[in-house]
Design a protein around this ligand. Structure first.
Ligand SMILES: *Cc1c(COP(=O)(O)O)cnc(C)c1O
Length: 352
């Protein structure tokens, strides 16, 4: 606490990201990074950037990347908004579109950054309990609200809401902005981007950090009606005119051009997820059905907090959330099959 801080800063409880350890020999399964590097075209694109290009400011509107996303998703460039990671995009969404008289709705178990942005931007909110099996029940999202935000698949559960469920929420809430945070959609879900032409209150947020294996590049995107995108542009242009640097713009365009590589890399992760899920089941874990690049699992006989610490001591880092409803679970990022095998071997020993 400093006497120089503003009242707003005094009240904040910042989000705590997963640890980024310096030791390379650790098996790092804690922040949902992709286990394989991005397309080689990405590195070629970065190497092609000249000193002359770095001397100058980047294109403030990321025109080429916006066009590339629009082409890739069947949208117009006016329906695409870009930011420095989807965390920045989401922060602008909370300020531009979700602060209203009525409470914003989101699930009780969800991305823990949402209440942090609510705090920062003074958005009132209400948590809607997930069903006992951790599913989002669309029927629970109705009545007066100042907006709705749901990750799909949800984080940190990995549980998917089908497109029919997303549609039901949109139909029940024509007067609210409905944000679907699709950080993990490419690992097995059906994107709500296809509903954008039908619903001008729908905003779909995606990121290149997880499925595109570019967490270090910081590229996030929001897609929706030109009206919603315009609201985001107003905040962005009152905050930072150049959120995406020259390297990020060039590299992201190159990544989008290599769709085959992208699909194959995602498919590999999905296969490893199914393999890990089955093997964890044999060890006695209950694993929630995941459509993401992570699983949420609990062992009926062992406290998650203990397992987390014991794995950490063996150089394997997973994520533990000391929060209601999930304090008995571990969230495990899908690594390479070799990393998953190291995890399974360690768990086997710990449970023996
Ligand atoms: C990882 C994640 C994000 C943020 O990703 P960026 O790296 O900032 O693009 C947003 N929402 C959810 C649900 C996430 O898991």
């Amino acid at each position: 606490m400093s006497r120089y801080w503003s009242d707003v800063v005094r009240q904040l409880t910042p989000y705590i990201p997963g640890e980024q350890p310096r030791l390379n020999k650790l098996v790092k399964l804690n922040t949902n990074e992709h286990p394989y590097p991005p397309s080689p075209l990405v590195l070629d694109a970065i190497a092609s950037v000249t000193g002359e290009e770095l001397r100058r400011y980047p294109d403030p509107e990321s025109t080429e990347l916006r066009r590339a996303f629009a082409r890739c998703k069947g949208l117009q460039p006016e329906q695409v908004f870009l930011g420095n990671g989807s965390d920045e995009v989401l922060a602008h969404v909370f300020q531009a579109l979700l602060r209203h008289e009525h409470a914003l709705l989101f699930p009780d178990v969800t991305y823990s950054f949402y209440p942090v942005w609510c705090d920062l931007y003074q958005v009132c909110w209400r948590a809607v309990p997930l069903a006992p099996d951790f599913r989002v029940d669309p029927a629970d999202y109705r009545g007066d609200n100042g907006g709705i935000i749901i990750p799909n698949p949800n984080a940190p559960t990995g549980v998917l809401l089908g497109l029919a469920g997303v549609r039901q929420i949109l139909e029940q809430n024509p007067a609210s902005v409905v944000v679907i945070d699709e950080a993990y959609i490419d690992f097995g879900g059906e994107s709500a981007v296809s509903l954008i032409p039908e619903f001008d209150n729908l905003l779909v947020v995606q990121t290149m950090s997880k499925s595109w294996a570019l967490a270090g590049l910081r590229v996030g995107v929001a897609m929706g009606s030109a009206e919603l995108i315009d609201g985001l542009q107003r905040v962005k242009n009152s905050f930072n005119s150049y959120p995406l640097d020259v390297l990020a713009q060039r590299a992201a365009v190159a990544a989008l051009a290599d769709d085959d590589y992208f699909r194959q890399a995602c498919q590999r992760v999905v296969k490893s997820r199914e393999r890990l899920t089955a093997a964890m089941g044999k060890l006695g874990f209950e694993v929630l059905p995941s459509a993401a690049n992570f699983i949420l699992a609990r062992h009926p006989g062992r406290a998650a907090r203990e397992l987390f610490a014991a794995l950490r001591a063996r150089g394997i880092i997973v994520r533990y959330f000391d929060r209601p409803r999930i304090e008995e679970y571990l969230r495990i990022t899908i690594g390479t099959d070799e990393q998953c095998d190291e995890l399974l071997a360690a768990l086997g020993e710990l449970l023996a």
